[in-house]
Ligand binder design. Structure first.
Ligand SMILES: NC(=O)c1ccc[n+]([C@@H]2O[C@H](COP(=O)([O-])OP(=O)(O)OC[C@H]3O[C@@H](n4cnc5c(N)ncnc54)[C@H](OP(=O)(O)O)[C@@H]3O)[C@@H](O)[C@H]2O)c1
Length: 375
């Protein structure tokens, strides 16, 4: 049982600025027993996965309102949301008693409040008033079984789920979109930047069997590890982006840009005169500028929560879930061999892991898992 709550705040204008603060993300103290707000549950955060995706939430936090999920009352500082698992510590809801566990979007903090609504045996949604206008995909939580006796956090599959599932969902949706684009524009090759990222790996894996050639671009030190995943037909280091032309000798090319690096995009456009049919802006791992993911005439923006809404309309909630669950199971089988889980226990280790990920020093195998409440 938590004795005091702590939250990691990040500078909204400077993601390298970090400060621990006592209390819940909004600075409030832990509610005393029996004094939870109506309809709320108090969570103890077990683990939050930290990847470049989390930092992109910070980079685009003002424009896409990522700072609004767990608002901090301190001006200039925000609480980054990430994907993880949590246990109910106190509850004002009989349907979700203490000890219940969930996975979904959580703060980098020891504790937070949630206002669960629409509970089913498998899922629930957060109904907090301040999250009402934010994209629906982020209000969705899965219910988890109790931990094994003696275990205080997620088991390996739950941890891999927190780390990989949101990026797998992107891969599932984006691969489908790229196949459609390719069919419509005589495209034979897909180029993915930040090929070492989990998101790109998921896209590449989901394109297996599509008949499209998949070429990855990554930083020179990561080429070998990236090629070793076996997910790409070829992997090229950034300084030699023009080599992509030789690896895509025929047909059109579509670029899915996860690095968000305009210089790399320009290089590819120059190397593929008249052949780069579409550019899809997906990510900003290089954090080259905060104008990442702004649509312009030569590029479209892909936003998974928006695509998820469309696919739900096409296939229904159950249809989408069935398709995703079966693709996820086969993805996870391969992915578990490509990831080393690195738990960071307690504030100091959490801060250190954060700085590693921020600096982009990680190998594609590193799977950082933050456990702020662990001693
Ligand atoms: N549009 C959407 O709906 C959507 C959904 C999910 C994710 N995404 C985006 O996909 C991207 C990838 O996320 P992820 O969580 O899969 O990433 P990840 O696995 O943590 O990727 C790490 C990779 O990102 C690059 N990188 C990270 N920090 C860097 C730095 N400081 N300097 C240079 N390179 C750095 C490096 O790749 P390279 O050396 O290979 O470049 C590194 O190997 C994110 O920008 C995320 O926001 C978008």
């Amino acid at each position: 049982v938590t004795t005091g709550a702590r939250t990691l705040l990040t500078g909204r204008d400077d993601l390298a600025g970090l400060a621990w603060r006592d209390g819940l993300p909004d600075g409030a103290p832990l509610p005393a027993a029996g004094s939870l707000p109506e309809g709320a549950v108090l969570l103890q955060v077990e683990a939050v996965a930290l990847t470049a995706n989390t930092l992109t939430y910070g980079l685009l936090g003002e424009r896409l309102r990522y700072w609004d999920f767990f608002p901090s009352a301190r001006p200039g500082w925000g609480c980054l949301p990430g994907w993880g698992t949590a246990r109910v510590e106190a509850s004002a809801l009989s349907e979700l008693p203490p000890g219940s566990r969930i996975s979904g979007l959580l703060p980098i903090a020891t504790n937070c409040l949630l206002w669960p609504r629409r509970l089913t045996p498998l899922t629930l949604r957060d109904g907090a008033e301040h999250r009402r206008d934010l994209p629906g995909a982020y209000q969705h939580y899965e219910r988890l079984p109790p931990t094994a006796a003696g275990a205080a956090g997620p088991d390996e599959d739950e941890a891999l789920g927190a780390l990989l599932r949101p990026l797998f969902v992107l891969g599932f949706l984006l691969a489908e979109h790229l196949v459609r684009l390719a069919e419509a524009s005589d495209v034979l090759t897909v180029v993915l930047t930040s090929a070492s990222s989990r998101a790109s790996q998921a896209v590449a894996q989901q394109l297996t069997g599509s008949g499209l050639r998949v070429v990855g671009l990554t930083a020179a030190p990561r080429v070998t590890a990236c090629a070793a995943t076996g997910l790409y037909d070829a992997v090229v280091p950034y300084p030699r982006a023009e080599d992509v032309a030789g690896l895509a000798p025929d047909g059109g090319v579509v670029l899915a840009d996860l690095a968000g690096d305009a210089a790399v995009r320009d290089q590819l456009r120059a190397a593929l005169p008249g052949r780069l049919r579409r550019t899809v802006l997906v990510g900003a791992t290089h954090r080259a500028d905060d104008q990442a993911l702004v649509p312009h005439p030569s590029a479209e923006v892909f936003f998974a929560p928006e695509q998820l809404r469309q696919r739900t309309a096409d296939w229904g909630v159950e249809g989408l879930r069935r398709r995703q669950d079966s693709a996820w199971r086969s993805y996870l089988d391969g992915a578990r061999r490509r990831v080393d889980l690195l738990p960071a226990r307690g504030p100091e280790a959490v801060e250190q892991a954060y700085r590693e990920v921020l600096a982009g020093r990680c190998s594609p195998r590193h799977g950082h898992l933050l456990l702020p409440a662990a001693g």
